[in-house]
Design a protein around this ligand. Structure first.
Ligand code: F0G
Length: 440
């Protein structure tokens, strides 16, 4: 997956002059009318003209990308954005419950195209759930997944096990699992589907195509996304850059990438150390020194948002390229801010997992700083479904102080301002009626 010349990740580049690209994004709406065709139904492949790296008949779909852009007034108020201007893109509605299915359908299609029979990934849980699902549904490949021991939420682990993936629990964290899976894939010739794989990112571009589609092809002012391995932010920047080059949009939205403060490599390097894409020549020495120091001090990522608990984001360079293309910013938010934002999203009825709520916490922070104007059109990406991590949700709402302290207090979370606590009642009709009268 690395360039033989510079050693950095490969990128998919199209010769647009030789491809048939629609002259208006509106053209894509016609696909929906033909949705009995699985490729027209797919929220990824109905945009095939914009990611034409494998012939359409060979593209694999399990019905991914039927996701929703929801105008959320309750969360808008929480974030400080004007009514009607704040949207949540619910990628948790994908078949495996996270945005990963967008990229997996693309990588999986390429894997089949090149004749792979086994596919592998390291994961904080969602990539592995997605790979396992694609293997189980299509029966085209065997999934081999690497996870850090104790580092993955139960919702995600249960998916991999249920779907029948060969599950390797490494005594280490995501970065250790990533290092091992890279070696193993090379040694055994297994197809690697982590976002080092450039085709994954092609699929993830379609999240932005669907956001534009839902806005009637109007370009929002801000896209706010959590940052982990930085595949999404890399893909989103590429999507907008290509659309702009093709003349399909007239301006590019700004991008905000939000780290958890317990896993803040991107924030530290961009906002504190001033690392920039710099037209393809980022300050690699500065980045190297940062990682050397991280290793010397034994610093490891730690956050309740386990999906983004990552030390060395593999797509760092592509992400800072996106930041340049999209005039982007990076922020970090604490686990307290993440869980409060998650509770507000959940109170809106369509919930998310902790990592996803970093986007909403980040938008709120950027509004408070005056970087996002309250009247601007803001889209936060909710990357994963609420049921992915019930442990974090229940711990936030619990009345059991020990449980709260053990799971959240240990991460610096002090209070649950938006908790909806269960009411304990005796098994007695009169007492139950009394309690309902009191609380409703
Ligand atoms: N949100 C969720 C729910 C995720 O699962 C991930 C990444 C991210 C955000 C970060 O996205 O890597 O594109 O910056 N999860 C990976 C996994 C690492 O293994 O499932 P990114």
């Amino acid at each position: 997956m690395a360039c033989p010349k510079c050693g950095d990740l490969l990128d998919v580049v199209y010769d647009w002059d030789r491809l048939r690209v629609p002259d208006s994004l509106k053209t894509f709406e016609q696909q929906w009318a033909r949705r009995q065709n699985p490729h027209c139904f797919s929220g990824v492949w109905r945009f095939h003209d914009l990611l034409p790296f494998v012939p359409l008949p060979q593209c694999v779909t399990v019905g991914e990308g039927q996701t929703l852009l929801h105008r959320s007034e309750g969360v808008a108020e929480y974030a400080g954005v004007a009514p009607g201007r704040f949207h949540l893109q619910y990628e948790g509605m994908n078949p495996s419950g996270s945005f990963k299915d967008n990229g997996m359908s693309a990588a999986f299609s390429h894997a089949r195209f090149v004749g792979a029979t086994r596919a592998a990934c390291a994961s904080t849980g969602n990539t592995s759930a997605s790979l396992a699902l694609y293997c189980a549904v299509t029966r085209l490949m065997k999934a081999v997944i690497f996870i850090g021991s104790g580092k993955i939420s139960y919702g995600k682990l249960s998916q991999a096990l249920d779907y029948g993936a060969l599950t390797m629990q490494i005594n280490g964290d995501f970065d250790d699992a990533m290092a091992r899976v890279t070696e193993v894939s090379q040694q055994l010739g297994i197809y690697l589907v982590n976002s080092v794989n450039p085709f994954r990112l092609e699929g993830q571009k379609t999240i932005m195509f669907r956001v534009l589609e839902a806005l009637g092809w109007a370009v929002p002012d801000w896209i706010v996304v959590p940052g982990g391995n930085l595949g999404n932010s890399s893909a989103f920047g590429k999507a907008f850059h290509e659309l702009h080059e093709l003349g399909l949009i007239d301006r590019i939205p700004r991008l905000a990438v939000i780290n958890a403060s317990g896993a803040s490599t991107l924030y530290d390097l961009v906002e504190k150390h001033g690392v920039r894409w710099n037209e393809g020549s980022p300050d690699a020495a500065k980045v190297g020194r940062y990682y050397d120091e991280m290793d010397a001090q034994g610093r490891r990522a730690s956050t309740i948002a386990s999906a983004i608990e990552i030390n060395r984001p593999v797509n760092f360079n592509k992400c800072i390229r996106s930041l340049q293309w999209c005039d982007g910013v990076v922020r970090e938010v604490t686990d307290q801010q993440i869980l409060d934002a998650k509770a507000r999203v959940g109170a809106g009825g369509l919930g998310c997992e902790p990592a996803s709520a970093a986007s909403v916490a980040g938008a709120k922070l950027l509004v408070s700083e005056g970087v996002i104007d309250p009247d601007q059109c803001v889209v936060c990406i909710l990357t994963g479904h609420q049921l992915k991590d019930p442990t974090a949700t229940v711990a936030y709402h619990t009345t059991d102080q020990d449980q709260f302290n053990k799971i959240l207090g240990s991460r610096g979370v002090r209070r649950a301002a938006f908790a909806n606590r269960a009411v304990a009642v005796p098994n007695n009709l009169d007492e139950i009626v009394k309690a309902i009268r009191l609380y409703s």
